[in-house]
Each structure stands twice: as structure tokens, then as C-alpha cells.
Ligand binder design. Structure first.
Ligand SMILES: [Zn+2]
Length: 410
């Protein structure tokens, strides 16, 4: 399978200048194409026959009109602006399908910047690496912070975050062998902890994280106090960007370790398919996963379960994992966030809130719960017992019946 690999570069000053130049060209091409598409869309309001230019149309116009007028385009690799045009077009496709927002213009001097490079022809290969360095077209040999597997690199993206430069490449990996008798696991994601698993393991949020978050707030204030456009503000912005990167690295490291552990040691990983926006609205969920979003956690699990040949199961977001007793009596009652312990009024089991939820996620199966949005649903019990998969129609009937008879345990 193809995996993406991102690592830090150690460019010298001359190379940094080249990088910045390439970023500039990409940004210029992106903004130019964005304005062309915006113009076309305005024209289309009166004349529907006008077509939105494709990435190829845009490239033809770029070569004919823009490049000759801006000779600095010729100093950089031609793949960079071309890829920028493809990106604008894809962004607009997504916007027109209402998947994402309208693409914005890229500003110079933002904390992030990037450009794309491509392998040249066979006779004149653009990208190659010797393990410790990577050769880039027009730029030359750039040193790497860590050794890279020596493979054929077809293309790469070079990006800047704060004052550091990174390279992302795709390369082929062999699938690692894993043992056949791995258990399945349910994971409850962070209110107090990073994650709690159904077998009782607790993954704590990284300690440095909270401390850094406080520092981040302080720096944020210091930026907003400084005069716009001043040197001091620019300095403070750089400092803030550096700390942001540091915090995000601590967070990423913790999540990477967790997702690798889960995918590598289990045949099936079950997580709740939480709505990210609803998740973030709740400020009490200020853990590492909440901060970077469920999306990243899910994304990592998706490719890692594929890599380790295990299965990722996403659980219905209406499944009330924290409200049911996991001790097979299926008693259910409301659990406000501040209640940290689940006390079952039926069988008397007392358990940590997150562990109880993780256990319920672990025993989840398709059809275990039919979402009911009425208040009755909250006070009803759910027939969710047993490891085996019972007839789901029976489960539905049980839920409905209990709603009808208004059985309450609260
Ligand atoms: Zn119980």
C-alpha cells in the first residue's frame, strides 16, 4: 500500500530563499485562478452557456498570459503553479457541490505555505534521495532531519509551518505481519482522559499539553496588544506560530501513539462517529483529540487499520454509550457531563463514566439501538446484552415496547 511520509528538512539559507520563491509562485497562480473563476461565475449569472475553465484551460491561459508578464515564474519548477491551478479547481468543485466553503485567496506571510514538485522525465529525473538527503529540481540536495527510505519518489509537497520546512512524499510499504488472534476493542474518546478502552486501559492527555495551552493564551494576548503592521507584532506572531507548532506536535505524537497501539493490537477497533462540530461546541471536552478534531483521529485510524489488516467500525452517533449500564442489565439513565461515575440503579454496579462508555462501545453491533429522539427514549432501556448478535428485529421490538409501556428506571 502507498503511505505518505512527512519529515522535516534542513535547508540552508539559499534553499530557504528558493522555497519561499516557489511558495510565492504557487500562491500567485492560485490567487490568479481563483479570481478568474470568480469572474466566470459572475458572468454565468447572466449567460449560463459560459463554462467554468478546467484546470487545463487555466494552465493554457497561465502559460500564454501570466508567465510572460511575470518572468519570475520561469525561475521555479513548472509543476508548482500547475498543481496550484488543480487545487483551486478541486476546491471550487467541492464548493459548488456544497461540500466545503468558497476557496479563499491566499495571503502572503501566513504561518503556513506550501508548494508541489514533480518527478521529471526518466532521462532527467527531478527528485531522488540517498537516504540522508533529497534532491529537488531547481533547488538541489537538501539535508533531512531523519533518514528516509531510499525509494522512487514521484512527487512531493514542501510546506512551511512557522519557520520550519517539511517534505511529504508517498511511498510503497509492505504490510507488516500481525498475529491472528487479536481481540476487538471499544474506545471512548476524551473528556478527562485522551481515551479509555473497553479493556480498562486509560490513555492520559499529555501533561505538557495543558501547560502549553496556557502559554498559548498569553502569547495570543501579547499579539493582540501590539500595533498592527509593527515589527514587534511580527515578532510576536512568529513566536506564537512556533508555540502552536510545538503544541500541535505534542498532540499529534500522543494521538499517533494511541492509534498505532489500537490498530496494531486489535482485529477490530470501534469508535463513536461523533459530530465534530457538536463535539467542539462543548468546552468541557478540551482534550487533545477534541482540539485537533475527531477528523484527525479517525483519519489516522482509517489508514492504520488498513495497514495492520484490522477493521475500523464507526458507531451510530445516537447510541447512548454513556447512559447504559454496561453490566448487561441495560438500565439507562441520563448522564450530565459533570457526573464522572456511572451508578446503576438496577444492578448496583458502580463504574467510571468513560470506562462504562468504552465497554458499551466495545459490545456494540449493528441494530443494537434504534435512535429515538423523544424524551421517552431517554428513560427507556435498551436491550443490548450479550456478546453474540441477536435478532435485531427483536431488539427493535423491545425498545418500542418499552417506550410504549413508559417503563422508567430513573
Ligand atoms: Zn446495571
Amino acid at each position: 500500500m502507498l503511505l505518505s511520509f512527512k519529515t522535516e528538512l534542513k535547508p540552508n539559507n539559499r534553499q530557504v530563499t528558493w522555497f519561499r520563491q516557489h511558495c510565492g509562485v504557487s500562491r500567485h497562480a492560485y490567487n490568479w485562478a481563483n479570481s478568474i473563476i470568480l469572474e466566470t461565475l459572475t458572468l454565468r449569472e447572466t449567460d449560463k452557456t459560459i463554462k467554468i475553465p478546467s484546470a487545463i484551460d487555466l494552465h493554457k491561459r497561465l502559460v500564454a498570459e501570466i508567465k510572460p508578464a511575470n518572468p519570475w515564474y520561469y525561475q521555479s519548477s513548472k509543476a508548482s503553479p500547475q498543481q496550484a491551478l488543480t487545487e483551486v479547481r478541486t476546491a471550487w468543485d467541492r464548493c459548488l457541490k456544497k461540500v466545503s466553503k468558497q476557496p479563499r485567496f491566499k495571503k502572503k506571510g501566513k504561518s503556513k505555505d506550501s508548494f508541489y514538485l514533480e518527478q521529471g522525465t526518466k532521462a532527467k529525473p527531478g527528485i531522488s534521495n540517498d537516504g540522508n538527503r533529497i534532491k529537488l529540481p531547481k533547488i538541489g540536495w537538501v539535508r533531512l532531519h531523519e533518514p528516509l527510505p531510499i525509494t522512487a519518489v514521484h512527487n512531493c509537497v514542501i510546506s512551511r509551518t512557522a519557520d520550519r520546512w517539511f517534505i511529504a512524499i508517498k511511498y510503497e510499504i509492505e504490510q507488516p505481519t500481525v498475529s491472528l488472534d487479536r481481540p476487538s476493542i471499544g474506545v471512548d474518546i476524551g473528556i478527562k482522559e485522551l481515551a479509555v478502552t473497553s479493556d480498562g486501559k486509560v490513555f492520559a492527555n499529555p501533561k505538557a499539553y495543558r501547560k502549553m495551552s496556557k502559554k498559548l493564551k498569553r502569547l495570543q494576548r501579547s499579539v493582540s496588544r501590539k500595533v498592527k503592521g509593527s515589527k514587534n507584532r511580527a515578532k510576536a506572531v512568529t513566536k506564537l506560530a512556533k508555540l502552536h507548532l510545538k503544541v500541535s506536535n505534542i498532540r499529534k505524537d500522543a494521538i499517533h501513539k494511541l492509534t498505532t497501539y489500537l490498530a496494531k493490537n486489535h482485529s477490530e477497533v470501534k469508535i463513536e462517529d461523533l459530530n465534530v462540530k457538536a463535539f467542539l461546541k462543548n468546552h468541557k471536552l478540551a482534550g487533545a483529540i477534541a482540539d485537533c478534531g475527531m477528523y484527525e483521529f479517525k483519519r489516522q485510524l482509517e489508514y492504520k487499520t488498513e495497514k495492520f489488516n484490522s477493521k475500523l467500525t464507526l458507531i451510530d452517533r445516537f447510541f447512548p454509550s454513556s447512559q447504559i449500564c454496561s453490566n448487561c442489565c441495560n438500565h439507562r439513565h441520563k448522564m450530565p457531563l459533570k457526573v464522572r461515575v456511572f451508578e446503576c440503579l438496577d444492578c448496583g454496579q458502580v463504574q467510571d463514566r468513560d470506562l462504562n462508555a468504552a465497554k458499551n462501545i466495545g459490545r456494540w453491533f449493528e441494530g443494537i439501538y434504534i435512535p429515538e429522539h423523544s424524551e421517552l427514549a431517554v428513560s427507556s432501556t435498551v436491550s443490548a446484552c450479550g456478546v453474540g448478535k441477536p435478532d435485531s428485529s427483536h431488539v427493535v421490538a423491545t425498545v418500542k415496547q418499552e417506550v410504549n409501556t413508559k417503563s422508567t428506571h430513573v
